[in-house]
Design a protein around this ligand. Structure first.
Ligand code: RBF
Length: 329
């Protein structure tokens, strides 16, 4: 009798255990850095949270969301991700940046059940990973194009936080390509801060290139961009902004914003996950045509800062990319 009771209780526990595990989905959001001053991460967080909140309002069985800001010490990310995975608490781990596939693929060898959704990254064919990357060939090219049209000295600069394959092989070369297509006299200086937070270093690098004649700068350096903004304001140079709509950060100084729809994408992919619709193993790429890269043209600060003749050329370029008349990559 005792044995029978024990068997029944084990059976019931197993049944309930499985049922509750299945019904209560839990998500970990791993921010590889900090949200503050990094629009890609803030948009990621906003999108995932919006999806989970909406789901929880509509459903009795609630989804659990744990957000982990991993901080700026990249050497710790792998062990932090391993610990998150090993906890076995989360059905999926969502994150964003191009370095993540190389971090999670070795972890999967030990923990082959974990699922990962990685945005702003690319890895095809692994049944545990789904990736979406934005067409940064287009994003960088249109940014360079307006920089090339706008610059009076024909000297531009890209101030990057660090070097990484997408920076070296996509963003920097296509920013330069765009600038040269707009005006073949254009040249681009490349400078590296060394981290994603040092605004003082950002300002120093910016001051130095402006002194050498640069009048348009693209900062891709997280919190260090704040220093570039201060420098450009003081020295009368201009900024092409990347990732979100940055016009209000420095009216009259920011001449463009080439955005990625990371909030929309992260909301949509979390919705898909919660409805069991993720196409695991796939690597998507989305750009201007698909509506996930946008060159902001309707912000009044764009209209008041940039001459009509340049805005007309930009409108024509964006339209050509949309219709397929022009292919960047
Ligand atoms: N972008 C940010 O805005 N903030 C960051 O802290 C940040 N950290 C990154 C760390 C690594 C290792 C890599 C490869 C990229 C990082 N990015 C960061 C860049 C981001 O993925 C993207 O390339 C840029 O935001 C341009 O769209």
């Amino acid at each position: 009798m005792r044995r029978l009771l024990l068997l029944i209780s084990i059976f019931t526990f197993t049944l309930f255990g499985c049922a509750s595990k299945k019904a209560n989905k839990s998500i970990a959001l791993f921010i590889p850095g900090i949200c503050d001053n990094s629009p890609v991460y803030q948009m990621l967080r906003d999108g995932v949270e919006a999806s989970v909140n909406e789901y929880n309002q509509k459903n009795d069985v609630k989804v659990k969301l744990f957000v982990m800001e991993a901080g700026t010490n990249q050497a710790e990310w792998s062990s932090q991700l391993t610990a998150l995975t090993a906890s076995n608490e989360y059905d999926v781990i969502i994150s964003s940046n191009p370095s993540l596939p190389d971090l999670v693929i070795p972890i999967l060898k030990k923990f082959p059940k974990q699922k990962y959704i990685l945005l702003d990254a690319s890895a095809e064919g692994n049944p545990n990973i789904y990736t979406v990357c934005y067409n940064q060939y287009e994003q960088a090219y249109v940014t360079g194009y307006i920089g090339g049209l706008f610059s009076k000295s024909h000297k531009l600069a890209l101030i990057a936080a660090q070097e990484y394959p997408v920076m070296n092989e996509v963003i920097a070369p296509y920013f330069e390509k765009g600038a040269k297509a707009a005006n073949n006299l254009s040249s681009v200086e490349f400078r590296v801060v060394g981290n994603w937070y040092d605004a003082t270093k950002g300002a120093e690098l910016s001051d130095a290139v402006i002194k050498a004649g640069v009048d348009v700068i693209l900062p891709i350096c997280g919190g260090a961009s704040q220093g570039v903004i201060t420098s450009c304001k003081e020295k009368g140079a201009y900024i092409t902004w990347f990732d979100d709509d940055g016009f209000s950060k420095a009216p009259g100084v920011i001449i463009s914003s080439s955005t990625m729809a990371q909030e929309k994408m992260s909301r949509e992919i979390t919705d898909k996950y919660l409805n069991d619709q993720v196409e695991w193993g796939k690597a998507a790429m989305v750009g201007i045509k698909e509506g996930y890269i946008n060159f902001v043209q309707d912000n009044p600060l764009y209209i008041s800062t940039v001459d009509q003749s340049i805005r007309d050329k930009m409108a024509a370029l964006i339209e050509d990319i949309k219709t397929g008349n022009v292919t960047i990559k």
